[in-house]
Design a protein around this ligand. Structure first.
Ligand SMILES: Cc1ncc(COP(=O)(O)O)c(C=O)c1O
Length: 395
């Protein structure tokens, strides 16, 4: 039996009526750019995430770009992030003209390591005479961008402590982590509500997916939200009067309406993904596979209900590439996120990083493989995935 990595048609069957009603309302009103559907979606998202303000954007990438522009990050500046993430995280930093400073991930996870971050801030960077923290290239460190990869929040207490000590704002990359919770010292918080600002992606495959591209920026401060609204609309407040140079980063009213209609389902979908993850972990153990496979870490289980939203279910596997070939030959969907860490990408060669600079990211790139986890995955499909993996390691 073939098993897809993701089958969105099954999700659509559940939401079809609600979504088509919303699409019909937008089309009937012929209000496609901003307007009441966008306002309503933004208010719902701000409430859901528990952040002050939410601003709909055309994609996660554009949301990040708008945040960096609003913070005035540009040439002469540097942003700290991880090399084990989707390309956009570092791509946007480059696009505003700033230096990307990479910091390795944790050995037993895939998120930014607080220990490596501390090392970077204390040892790789230095304070100059005017007190600015500078990279070895001389650029001024402006902010930290932790990525809540695959739907698990970073260790935000530790990262936040360092950010506070070095007086650096945090911009969360929450693109893959809508609804994910972190049990902080001050109580349980959601991804996107823990930093100065954050960005989300509603790429169709995300836990909350649009019918095309869409994104969201969140922030604490009302004036910063106004700045984001200005920048997403070419810096224009009054029609054809441009206070700033921004871009067309607006979310489509259609996408906002569709996402709003899907929002009530999100918790159930993420819960079903968690159930599937627990079933995999039990099945791998029962099949004696833990010698070959390491299921994803769940460090916050028991301390937050939505401790992981499993946007992807990523295991570490012995002989990963051969396993991937075995799965492909048998029609079992899988994905490699990500095969080349960003410090080794051709376009970032100018940053001067070398193989061996970030050993944990490089190891993850050779060991990780994503398996089907979508909410509608059936028990027999999941059993097929486990049996196909068992046959590989038995062979
Ligand atoms: C970690 C991460 N950051 C940023 C993005 C960019 O989001 P978008 O594809 O909506 O532009 C993504 C999208 O997949 C992502 O996974």
């Amino acid at each position: 039996m073939a098993v897809p990595l993701l089958d969105l048609t099954r999700q659509y069957a559940q939401v079809r009526d609600a979504v088509l009603r919303e699409i019909d309302a937008v089309v009937a009103a012929q209000q496609f750019i901003l307007g009441p559907k966008v306002d309503a979606f933004e208010a719902a998202m701000a409430g859901r995430i528990g952040c002050g303000h939410a601003v709909g954007m055309s994609s996660g990438t554009d949301a990040q770009l708008a945040i960096l522009m609003a913070l005035g990050v540009g040439p002469g500046d540097a942003v700290i992030t991880t090399p084990y993430t989707f390309f956009a995280t570092a791509g946007c930093i480059h696009r505003v003209g700033a230096e990307t400073v990479f910091v390795d991930i944790e050995p037993d996870g895939c998120n930014l390591s607080p220990a490596r971050l501390e090392e970077c801030l204390r040892d790789r960077c230095r304070r100059d005479a005017d007190g600015a923290l500078r990279t070895p290239r001389g650029n001024r460190v402006r902010l930290i961008c932790p990525v809540h990869l695959f739907g698990l929040c970073c260790e935000m207490d530790a990262i936040g402590g360092l950010a506070a000590e070095f007086d650096l704002p945090i911009v969360e990359d929450a693109a893959q982590a809508i609804g994910a919770e972190y049990p902080s010292r001050d109580g349980v918080k959601q991804a996107g509500a823990m930093g100065h600002s954050a960005y989300f992606s509603f790429f169709p495959a995300k836990n909350l997916g649009a019918f095309g591209d869409a994104g969201l920026a969140t922030c604490r401060d009302a004036a910063f939200a106004d700045e984001l609204r200005l920048l997403r609309n070419h810096g224009m407040e009054q029609r054809y009067h441009h206070r700033k140079v921004g871009g067309n980063f607006r979310i489509d009213a259609l996408q906002a309406a569709i996402l709003h209609a899907k929002l009530p389902y999100l918790a159930g979908w993420s819960g079903a993904r968690r159930d599937n993850a627990a079933k995999y972990a039990a099945a791998f153990e029962a099949a004696g596979l833990l010698e070959f496979l390491t299921p994803p870490a769940t460090p916050f289980a028991g301390r937050a209900a939505e401790h992981h939203i499993f946007h992807q279910y990523v295991v570490r596997a012995a002989r990963r590439d051969a396993l991937a070939q075995h799965l492909a030959a048998r029609g079992i969907g899988h994905g490699i996120y990500y095969p080349i860490p960003l410090h080794l990408q051709e376009c970032f060669a100018y940053l001067g990083y070398r193989p061996g600079d970030f050993p944990e990211s490089e190891r993850a790139a050779t060991e990780t493989i994503a398996l089907p986890i979508f909410p509608e995955l059936t028990a027999s499909e999941q059993a097929e995935v486990v049996e196909t993996i068992s046959a590989f390691y038995a062979g």
